[in-house]
Design a protein. Structure first.
Length: 141
């Protein structure tokens, strides 16, 4: 039987992940929503497609953090399903974000931003899964 301390340190391999691993995704979505509610953002870099790169990275981070909503055991059994759920959720949130910006003065609804959101979700999901595997190996006894 595991002690209370051992249970706290154990990576959730067979059971559902706890609340703490879900917080980063919620924080990133809330931060993204807050920033998209602003009429103007702090200055962006001036190179071409800088805004698309920002969408790609931001939504990649959201997808990466969503991978932790599934246990490692679930990833082993349902890798494609979990990846699709992460990407689909991220893409759906990208649509909601763009529709939301349509109603914000000074902002616009850009379908190319949604494409950047969705494209960023793929490598973000892969990176989150690989990080989860790496953390699991580091914590293995």
């Amino acid at each position: 039987m595991l002690t209370k301390q051992e249970k706290m340190n154990k990576f959730p391999e067979n059971d559902r992940p706890g609340l703490l691993v879900r917080i980063p995704a919620l924080v990133l979505v809330a931060l993204s929503f807050y920033l998209s509610s602003r009429p103007a953002l702090p200055s962006m870099p001036s190179f071409r497609f800088a805004d698309k790169l920002a969408h790609f990275v931001c939504f990649g981070a959201i997808a990466a953090s969503l991978t932790w909503w599934f246990s490692l055991q679930s990833w082993k059994k349902h890798r494609l399903r979990n990846a699709l759920l992460c990407v689909l959720f991220t893409s759906a949130y990208g649509i909601i974000d763009e529709l939301h910006q349509f109603f914000v003065p000074g902002r616009s609804c850009d379908p190319f931003d949604w494409i950047a959101d969705t494209l960023g979700a793929f490598p973000g999901c892969a990176a989150g899964y690989l990080l989860m595997k790496l953390v699991s190996k580091c914590r293995a006894p």
